[in-house]
Design a protein around this ligand. Structure first.
Ligand code: M6R
Length: 585
């Protein structure tokens, strides 16, 4: 994980690097740092905390060449000393990834050295310093050959008027702009700076100076890599009048639905072809993307009557899955960069499966692997908690399920859902429930069938932004163990959108109430609201039928999570310990 930006410019580098890091904070915000090179000397500032902690120090950094890093801690706690860049001798480096043989390397090459930090990255800069004999590219290659794990490494050296990079399994892009040349971990860092970028391949190295960018393969042969437009636009950091991005982005969910429907035709033909003859579907993703896959499983099984499994990507890739040429593997990822999902898609590809990516990132690692890309048009999502991208994913997956089953999509109905979603966002009052949750010792999200899939997402959202322990549970399973946790400090948020299952789910409401737990019911059904209104807090949402209800009920749950977090004084946009894009295992 972590974000990297480096440059060799015709102007001062530190403010450009700072701007790039701000765009990359979704990759981590445990610490940040910048190193610049001026008159043969390297200067470094680094601080624990968000990128903004550097704002007052970037003035101290002279020079047109530099590297910067925003960190999500893996090895070594968040601290000033563990922050990147790390330096040794003539070098400073920033690293994204994990060096799995770090202890062996330390033992073999530096048995007596005291390392300054607890990171796995410091060994890289020590090795560079050890192996450097005046040729930067050779030294970097030598060091890269010793590393196992994953890495994107960008380096400055007091002997070299530029930056150097090497990558394996962690992305590095390079690009040219009006002021000079760049290397970065991903496109948003270079938004507004480079119109075009090239993506390095595994084992590639790059030398980037003010005047040019040279790329070398793992045998040090100079190569050229495809140039493509940088579609990333500088993230709109405007909060649109909202106190947090989370709220702003929940409010954008209706547009995510409408826009995803509007662009679906770009994938439809290819999708039809790839779906034809598929006899099994495996959906994979992580976190919220996996949860949207659980909704899609219901669509696919109901509409197409094709067996469908939803698998957490980090599990799928290590379980020797049964995948063949008639298996359709649908990999869902907002960022398109999540390591487990990308590797799951690769594994499926190697097994000759047909791979479809459902993603909000049109040029990502995932889209490079997939046979067909179904676009989610949610627009940039800044808040770490996924909200509008979930709505976009559900819309895209609904359309995909229709193609798979040969059902015609009623696009007018989708427009209507987008409007109902807007109504829900604007008019749903969840304050009383948020208050209940904020005071509780634990919150249980319950539902059956599709409502259970939504309950899992509601629970993830609440725990992620409020830090209140929470579980999503099938309403019928409560009595098989979890009911033991219910007492007067517990809250159950029960989702009921299906007439068919309402009576059954209401049993769970009774079970919680009779153990003195508090209950909130999120429902589109008038009959349910009427029946339970005196004993439970009711959130009445629009009734929009069973299948599309996740597009409405999830918004109510997102609002509950948001409001609870705010009541507890949390920062919902940057929850502790998390990063938006999880590019390590
Ligand atoms: O970018 P991706 O969709 O692949 O990310 C997957 C998860 O890391 C992500 O959905 C995570 O669970 C969200 N922060 C939850 O709100």
């Amino acid at each position: 994980m972590c974000g990297i930006v480096g440059c060799a410019l015709k102007r001062r580098a530190s403010d450009i690097i700072y701007g790039g890091l701000k765009q990359l904070e979704y990759r981590g915000y445990d610490s940040a740092g910048i190193a610049t090179l001026s008159k043969g000397r390297i200067s470094i500032v680094k601080r624990q905390g968000k990128v903004e902690k550097l704002e007052n120090c970037i003035g101290e950094l002279c020079g047109n060449i530099g590297i910067g890093h925003t960190r999500w801690a893996t090895h070594g706690k968040p601290s000033d000393v563990n922050a990147h860049p790390h330096a040794a001798g003539k070098f400073a480096i920033v690293h994204n990834g994990i060096i799995e043989n770090c202890s062996e390397l330390k033992e073999k090459y530096f048995p007596d050295a005291d390392f300054l930090s607890d990171t796995d990255s410091e060994v890289i800069v020590r090795l560079l310093d050890k192996f450097y004999d005046g040729d930067l590219l050779n030294a970097l290659k030598k060091v890269a050959d010793l590393l196992t794990g994953s890495y994107a490494i960008v380096v400055i050296c007091t002997d070299y008027a530029g930056i150097a990079a090497v990558k394996y399994k962690s992305p590095v892009i390079v690009g040219s702009g009006a002021d000079g040349n760049y290397a970065a971990s991903d496109a948003p860092a270079l938004a507004g700076l480079c119109r075009e970028i090239s993506v390095l391949e595994d084992n590639d190295l790059a030398l980037v100076t003010q005047d040019d960018v040279r790329v070398f393969d793992g045998n040090l042969n100079e190569v050229s890599r495809a140039v493509r437009p940088n579609l990333a636009t500088p993230a709109n950091l405007d909060l649109g009048g909202c106190p947090h991005y989370m709220l702003k982005e929940i409010r954008e969910s209706p547009y995510a639905i409408a826009n995803t429907c509007a662009v679906f035709h770009t994938a439809e033909r290819e999708l039809e072809k790839i779906c034809s003859g598929a006899d099994r579907v495996i959906i994979t993703g992580c976190g919220t993307a996996y949860n949207s896959g659980l909704v899609a499983k219901r669509y696919i099984e109901q509409f197409a009557r094709i067996p469908c499994e939803a698998e957490i990507a980090g599990e799928f890739r290590y379980k020797n899955p049964i995948v063949g040429e008639n298996t359709l593997v649908v990999a869902i990822s907002q960022s398109g960069e999540t390591a487990d999902t990308v590797e799951a898609a690769r594994l499926a590809k190697r097994a000759n499966a047909r791979v479809v990516a459902v993603t909000n990132a049109p040029y990502s690692q995932l889209t490079g692997i997939a046979d067909v890309v179904v676009p989610v048009a949610a627009g940039p999502e800044i808040c770490v908690a996924a909200t509008k991208s979930y709505a976009g994913q559900i819309a895209a997956l609904y359309l995909l399920a229709n193609v798979l089953s040969g059902r015609a999509t009623d696009f007018e109905e989708m427009q209507k859902i987008s409007r109902l979603c807007k109504e829900t966002v604007e008019n749903t009052d969840i304050s009383a429930i948020a208050d209940m949750c904020a005071r509780s010792g634990g919150v249980y999200f319950l539902g059956r069938d599709i409502d259970y899939a939504v309950a899992l997402e509601g629970s993830l959202k609440l725990k992620e932004v409020s830090y209140i322990p929470s579980e999503g549970y099938p309403a019928g399973e409560l009595k098989h163990g979890t009911l033991a946790l219910i007492d007067e400090n517990a809250v159950a948020v029960v989702v009921i959108t299906s007439e068919r299952l309402a009576g059954k789910t209401e049993n769970a409401v009774e079970q919680v109430l009779s153990r003195k737990g508090k209950v909130a019911v999120v429902t589109g059904l008038e009959s349910v609201a009427k029946k339970l209104k005196d004993r439970a807090e009711i959130v009445k949402i629009c009734d929009c039928g069973e299948y599309l209800s996740p597009l409405i009920s999830s918004v109510a749950l997102q609002l509950i999570a948001y409001k609870t977090a705010v009541m507890l004084g949390r920062d919902p946009d940057k929850p502790r310990n998390l990063a938006k894009s999880v590019t390590v295992e």
